[in-house]
Write a protein that binds this ligand. Sequence first.
Ligand code: CIR
Length: 409
Amino acid sequence: MTLPGQSLRWITGIFSAAVVAGASWLITASVYYVGNGVSIKVFTQALDFFSTWALVYAALLWIMIGLGALTNRITVILGGAAASILSALVGATVLGLGRDVVPDDLVAYAMGQLAGVGLPFVVTGTLVSAAWARRLQGDLIALARWRRPIRLAPTALVRLPASTLDQGLVSAKPRTAVNRDDADAQWDFYCATLIAEGYEVIELAAAPELADSVFVEDVLLVLGRRAVVTRPGAETRRAEIEAIDTFLASRRELRPVHITAPGTLDGGDVLVSGRTMYIGASSRTNAEGIRQLRDIARGEGYRVIAVPVSHALHLKSVASALPGGEVVGDPTRVDAAVFDHFIAAPEPEGASVLSLDNGSVLVSKAAPRTAELIARLGYRVIAIDISEFEKLEGGVTCLSARWGTSAAG
Ligand code: CIR
C-alpha cells in the first residue's frame, strides 16, 4: 500500500519533530552543564526545566512538517526559529503559572525567560531545525517508501544553444529576430549563475538541427530519483529526447521513465510547489500526458492538479513557484483561484521565475517590478537577462532541468 504524500508527511513528521526537538533539548541542557562547572545536577535541572519547551517545540514542528511548510532552507530556518520562540514563550508561561506569577505579569515573565535562560534553547532549536529537519524528513519519507534516501547534489542539465536557435518555434507571440551572440552570452551567464548558486552544471553538446534544444526543461523532469523523459507536444522537438536518453544511461542515480504515445507533455507545463504538482493542459501537453505524469507523480508523493492553459505556451509561462510555496503569476492568463497562495506579477515576464535549491529566486531582467515584489517578500533575487530566449517564448526555468538538493526533502 502506498500512503498519499500528506499522510506520510504527518506520520514521518512525528519522528522528525521528536528528533529535532529532542536534540535541541539535550544540547541546551549540555550548554548549561558545561557553562556551570560541568555539574550533573545542573544538567538534570536543565533537562527538567526545558522539558515543557521541548514538548511544545516538537508539537509545533510536527504541525509545520505535516502542513508541508518546511520544504526549503529558508522555511526550515524561519519555521525552526518561530517554533522555538513560541515554545519558549509557552514553556515559560507554564512555568510562571507553576511559580504563582500573577496573570498580569505573565507576559513580562515569559519574555524575560525567553531573553534570558531561553536564548540558548531558541538558538539551538533554530540551528538544529535548519541542519536536520528537512534532511531527516526526506530520508524518513524515502525509507517509508522502501527507497534509498536521496543524496543527490544540486545539479542542472543544460544544452548549448543550437546554431539554428533563431529558427526556434514561436506560437503565442509575434516572431522577432534573435541575436545569436547575445543569446550565447546570456546562456553563459545563466550557467555561471547556477554554478555560483551551488549547482553542478552538466552541459549537453549542441545539436545544430534542433533549434529549440536549449530548452532542456521541456524534455526532462526529475522528481527525486525519477527522471521523467517527456514526449514534447511539438513533433519537431521529439528528437531532443535521444541525447537525454543517452545522458540518463550514464547516470545510475536516476531512474528513467518515459511519457509514451499518444501522451504528450512539455516540462514547461509542470509547476511543482512543495508537494503539489500543477500540470498545464496546454497546446503541448494533452490529457493522456497528464494522466501518465499524474501516475508517476502520485507514486512520488505529489498531489496533482491539472490547470487549463489557453493564453500562453506553457503553464510556467504564466505561473511559477517561489521557495516558500507561493505561486507568482499573471492573473490575466491563468486562473489564480487554482493556487493555494497566488501573488500577481506586475509584468508578464515576472510570471516565470526560477526558485533555486538555496532559496534564491532567478527573475528575468524584463520584470524589475516583480523582482522588487519578490525581494520584499524576503527572498534573495537574482535578475538575469534572457531577452533572446524570451523572444522564443522561453523563460528562466526552461534553460535547465534540475534535480538534487543540498538537503533531502
Ligand atoms: C518552444 O516553442 O518549444 C520553444 N520555442 C520555447 C520553449 C520554452 N520552454 C519553456 O519555457 N519551458
